[in-house]
Design a protein around this ligand. Structure first.
Ligand SMILES: Cc1cc2nc3c(=O)[nH]c(=O)nc-3n(C[C@H](O)[C@H](O)[C@H](O)COP(=O)(O)O)c2cc1C
Length: 198
């Protein structure tokens, strides 16, 4: 099996949990237990949120259970093709209104903080997470009986790093094993002064 190594060219030294994280489309066959998934949710649980409103809601399925199959069924076909390799799947959602009934503008931000915690804890545990915007939000909303004040945001595939890239559709194999990772330079998105548009 081909060992996959990614190169992360950082301008400053950063924590290994951040540096070694990447989003695979194949995962090890080692199953994830409910308690391993709950430990990741625990990390998310301690994220900060606006007025501590904790707008995040998560549906989780473990490979072999009904919820896993239901989540897989909500993904767009492109994601279904590889996410079936995951050992657990999540649907993430957030509350659209805040404590006084007004729009909760920061809810997607707060869900992002939750997921940031979850992903870094996962990486610490050797577990990879691959986020997916490619989910039929309406279908997931209906399938999991979310109420109208919640918006489905993403799905997430989880599993230990590893797994054979041969399992992927051919067109995805090259990207999976490509060591190169790229990001904007810090001075392209952070300004010690006014915003600069390119
Ligand atoms: C909100 C969000 C939605 C994404 N949607 C998809 C998706 O539907 N399918 C997919 O294969 N990857 C998806 N990705 C993964 C990104 O393409 C990936 O994170 C990005 O290319 C950076 O790669 P890295 O995570 O390996 O550093 C998504 C990532 C995020 C954060």
């Amino acid at each position: 099996m081909q060992e996959i190594t990614k190169i992360t060219p950082t301008a400053f030294e950063i924590m290994d949990e951040i540096k070694t994280r990447w989003s695979p489309r194949v995962f090890d066959d080692v199953p994830l237990s409910i308690s391993e998934v709950k430990q990741l949710l625990e990390a998310g649980r301690w994220a900060s949120s606006s007025y501590n409103q904790q707008p995040w809601r998560i549906i989780y399925g473990i490979k072999g259970d009904k919820v896993y199959d239901q989540i897989l069924d909500c993904l767009i076909p492109f994601n279904q093709d590889w996410a079936k390799n995951a050992q657990a799947l999540l649907v993430t959602a957030y509350k659209k209104t805040n404590f006084d009934g007004d729009p909760y503008f920061h809810a997607p931000h707060d869900l992002g903080l939750f997921m940031g915690n979850l992903v870094i804890q996962a990486n610490h545990n050797g577990i990879a997470a691959h986020h997916m915007g490619g989910i039929d939000q309406e279908k997931a909303h209906k399938t999991f009986e979310f109420t109208d004040d919640f918006e489905v945001a993403t799905a997430v595939a989880l599993g230990h790093y590893g797994g054979n890239p041969d399992r992927l559709p051919e067109e995805l194999q090259e990207q999976e094993v490509d060591p190169k990772r790229e990001r904007m330079a810090i001075n392209e998105f952070a300004f010690n002064g006014n915003f600069k548009s390119k």
